[in-house]
Design a binder for this molecule. Structure first.
Ligand code: C5J
Length: 221
């Protein structure tokens, strides 16, 4: 059954059976004080406006029985999957792997690495642990999507210009059609948020489509 997202730069047809919601890195480490985002010197409160729209889209996707996938950026406790260049970047006093107020920063199994309670995955929803910014790099995401016949991705999460944009570009190159939910993504830099969304839909949707959560929920309904 084909439905339509009212989106920019033009409407996008989709079939709920071949569409997945991908929620990028809604982790304490990015959204709560004391995590990786804070350690980088950011005001993490700027990301919180994305939570309610993201939850509304998540509820709609669950109701429509669509595939929902969550991602988490982070590293194994032995940090074998963390490039030394990533660990060194920024010269942080407390950086990746170091002890912080929410446990070791950006390390799997630590409190800060987990997804915020508001958007916690249901037991049947896959969680992709990724060592990089893009969700396709060094993960099973592509295999998982292809095995389920997924063609269209609804993308929410943080941050718009880093992990959301990187993932959308990776997905686009692999032939997936991505719709980014404009109010369900967030950045520590409002200007980057705006421009990152512009970049996705520019040039006839060079990386994908953009629509607000209300339009996405109305179409998924
Ligand atoms: C960052 C992310 N910003 N999830 N990660 O380092 O966007």
């Amino acid at each position: 059954m084909t439905r339509v997202f009212k989106a920019e730069p033009y409407d996008l047809g989709f079939d709920p059976a071949s569409t997945a919601l991908v929620i990028i890195d809604m982790q304490r480490d990015f959204l709560e004080p004391g995590g990786f985002g804070s350690m980088l010197g950011n005001d993490v409160s700027l990301l919180r406006s994305s939570i309610a729209p993201c939850k509304a889209v998540l509820d709609a996707a669950r109701k429509a029985k669509m595939l929902v996938i969550h991602t988490r950026e982070g590293h194994a406790p032995d940090m074998n999957d963390c490039p030394p260049s990533k660990k060194a970047r920024g010269g942080l006093k407390v950086g990746i792997g170091d002890a912080g107020p929410m446990g070791r920063v950006l390390i799997r199994g630590e409190k800060g690495h987990d997804i915020i309670p508001e958007l916690y995955p249901a037991p049947n929803e896959p969680v992709i642990d990724k060592p990089g910014k893009g969700a396709f790099f060094a993960t099973d995401l592509e295999l998982m999507l292809r095995n389920r016949g997924i063609k269209t991705l609804i993308v929410c999460g943080v941050t718009t210009e880093v992990c959301v944009n990187t993932t959308v570009r990776e997905a686009n190159d692999r032939g997936f059609e991505c719709l980014v939910v404009s109010d369900a993504v967030g950045s520590y830099f409002p200007e980057f948020n705006r421009i990152a969304l512009e970049m996705i839909k520019a040039q006839g949707g060079i990386f994908g489509w953009v629509a607000p959560s209300a339009a996405v929920i109305a179409a998924v309904g």
